[in-house]
Design a protein around this ligand. Sequence first.
Ligand code: C5P
Length: 232
Amino acid sequence: MTTSRADARLFVALDMPDVTAAEALIDKLGDDVAAYKIGLELLFGGGIALAQQLKRDGKSVFLDMKLLDIPNTVEKAVANIGTLGLDYLTVHGTDRKTLDAAVMGRGSSRLKLLAVTVLTSLDALDLVEQGIGDTTPAQLVVRRALMAKAAGFDGVIASGHEAAEVRAAVGPNFLIVTPGIRLSAGPDKDQARVMTPAAAIAAGATHLVVGRPITAALDPLAVVRQVLAGLA
Ligand code: C5P
């Protein structure tokens, strides 16, 4: 009998166009993965039905919708998503009104709300371009993490580079979910602020999101096991 080494701190990002592709990967990963993230790409390829199937199979499911709209729309969307019985949902954490609306919309559902602080694809120059270059990405992440905590969110999405500063600012009981994970350091296609699994956890991340290093691998299960070794 093989012992499952799954660790619910690892979310595998199912960034693929349809359920057929996603199920092929899920089958390969089997009991070694306990938690999946479904984002905008798979949403339009049967992602919600797959999310519910994953729940029936006992997995933890993170719906990465990165909601951002007027408060009324966000509140109603979160309320509707709350009826699906999933575990985590992302909302852009750029303004307090949207965060408050999301908390209202969650009501008594089990959804854990995570605020996207600053996308891990952005760097300091991108902030300058947006007219907010008087703050560094790390300062902005910490500021938005404090705002999300004050609004009643369960945690934030932040890169490993800011995890330690966020942890120091928000205290122990707040989730820090970290994408931009790479097995070795160095430049990457579109992720600007990347980190290895072990380094992200050491910096204070509670969960990791890993997409292409697993989904694009010739042997995805081997990569999952490498990530799990970094978490151990
Ligand atoms: O393929 P890769 O490991 O870069 O995937 C990272 C995943 O995390 C993607 O699904 C992306 O949408 C998500 N994400 C991110 N940065 C954020 C929030 C979510 O990369 N700030």
